[in-house]
Design a protein around this ligand. Structure first.
Ligand SMILES: [Zn+2]
Length: 66
């Protein structure tokens, strides 16, 4: 898929909700880092949550006398 610069300029930035085309170069990098960071954080939280659940299941065996 080929995306032209004109199309990218109309895309709304997820970090500051302004069109990408309105960004200065420095703002664009900052927003890209913010977006990247939020995606990374979301993934980490997702992972931690599932790991937490996975840990509880085998750890909780119920009756120790059994
Ligand atoms: Zn932005």
């Amino acid at each position: 898929m080929v995306i032209s610069n004109g199309q990218i300029a109309k895309v709304i930035c997820l970090a500051c909700h302004n069109p990408i085309g309105d960004h200065k170069k420095r703002e664009l990098w900052r927003c890209l880092f913010r977006i990247q960071g939020s995606i990374f954080n979301a993934k980490m939280e997702d992972k931690l949550e599932t790991e937490d659940k996975g840990e509880k299941k085998p750890g909780f065996r119920g009756n120790p006398r059994h």
